[in-house]
Structure formats: structure tokens, C-alpha cells
Design a protein around this ligand. Sequence first.
Ligand SMILES: Nc1ncnc2c1ncn2[C@@H]1O[C@H](COP(=O)(O)OP(=O)(O)O)[C@@H](O)[C@H]1O
Ligand SMILES: [Mg+2]
Length: 254
Amino acid sequence: MRKIVAIGRGGVGKTSFIALMTKYLKSKKKCSVLLIDADPDQNLADLVGIDLEKMQINTISDILFDVRYGKIDQGLKSFSLTDKVEYLINQEALYESEEFDLLSIGTKWTEGCYCQPNNILKALIARLEKNYDYVLIDSPAGLEHLNRRITSSVDDIFAIINPTKKAFQHFERAYKVISEIKIRFSNFYLLGNFQFSDRLLDSVNQRQEFKYIGRLEYDRRVEEINLQGRSLLKLQEDSPAFDSIKKIATTCAY
Ligand SMILES: Nc1ncnc2c1ncn2[C@@H]1O[C@H](COP(=O)(O)OP(=O)(O)O)[C@@H](O)[C@H]1O
Ligand SMILES: [Mg+2]
């Protein structure tokens, strides 16, 4: 199993990157993929062409909320907290298909009172992820949640940057936070987004601890698909963005 996480500020292209990497892994490698949408923005499902609401798939935070406030089936009330959460996540939150599976963390999650469910969720994800060749995580800007709820180790971190000072500050902070909260990782890649220019490479190259892995080409069709809320899995394979993904995947030996 290889675990990949995309991080970066809002709007840099994280979700599009994860969706396109899913397309690559499915079309080129035919491997099993688990997608985890950890961003409260929650649009990964849209970009891989699934309507969670229509399919009546719940988010994990919906389930934890229901468990906490006792809004669950009478028959489950005698279960331990772990068993309740695990049962409900498997039944109601895990989207499964021939192509890929998907878990969405959701938005209702308030801080402070969820220590135990956090641990349960992390253990559950650790068991679940063993069933897949690739686990791809779409992460929100802050990373503290990752270690607390989702995982303490990843293989490849892709910090996606646009050409702004804030983006540079963001990945440096992210790198610091990841080390502080002790997330184990093998590679911390910097990925220039569709607005990034190779002119800016010098400022990136001076930073030894990060591997600059290239740039995601600007792609009019990616922009259109995003605008229409359609699936990026349908993008033509000769598109500039998909070419960039192929190069990145080859460099990472996926
Ligand atoms: N390769 C690309 N080419 C052109 N536009 C892109 C590309 N990737 C992303 N975008 C644009 O950037 C917007 C934000 O992308 P998104 O993947 O949702 O970012 P994030 O998940 O980081 O917020 C999209 O709506 C789309 O318009
Ligand atoms: Mg996103």
C-alpha cells in the first residue's frame, strides 16, 4: 500500500490533483484505490463523478454526530463505541465501487470532545487501508487533523504551491508541523500548480529538504470540468494536465 496526501492552500489544485491521480492509477495500473476526502470543502466526490447525497452515503462526521447524540438504531445501542462507529462507517459512509472506494470526513466535526472517536477512526482507517494498493488523501490546509484523526504515516506528501509568498510560507509551516506532530513520511514533494512558472524554480531549488517534482500544466478542460462540477476521470488522456500527472507518477514510481 502506498499512501499519498495532497496539501496546500485553498484553490491551488489539490482536489483536481487527487482526482487526476486516481484516473492515472485506474487507467494505467488497474490497482485498488481508496480515496479519503479530509477537506471540509468536500468536492472530491464531485470531481470523481459521484453524488454522495443521491447515493445516501454519509460523512464520517455525520455518523460521529449521530452516535454522540444517540440518533442511531436501537439495535446498536448495546454496542461498544468502537463497534458502533465501525459498523456505521462500513454501512453508511464507505462508498464502494469497481473503480475505487471513498470516505468523506465531513464538516460537522467540532473540536474538543472527539478524542475517543478520533482514535477509533484512526485505528479503523489503519485497518481499512491495508486492503488497497493506493490510498489518496485530499487534505485541508491545516495538517494537525491528519495525525489526530486519519494517519500518522504517509509515503508521499505533495505540497502544491502557486506563485505567492503565502504558498511558500504555507509549505514551510506544513513541513515544520509534520515534523513536530511526528507524521512519518518518505518524501515531501513540492508541486508547482497550474499558475506556477519555471522562472520561479531558483527560489524553490535552494531548499534542500523539499524535492521539486515539477508542475501541473494549465489545462482549459480541467478548468471547465471543475466549473461544471463534472468528473475529471473523463478527461481526455492527451490533455496537458494528465501528461503532467503521468510524468509525476513515473518519477514517483507509481
Ligand atoms: N491543471 C489545471 N489547469 C487549469 N485550472 C486548474 C487546474 N487545476 C485546478 N484548476 C483550477 O483551480 C480551481 C481550484 O482547484 P481545486 O482542485 O478545487 O483546488 P483545491 O482543492 O486546492 O481548493 C479549479 O476550480 C480549477 O478552475
Ligand atoms: Mg479541494
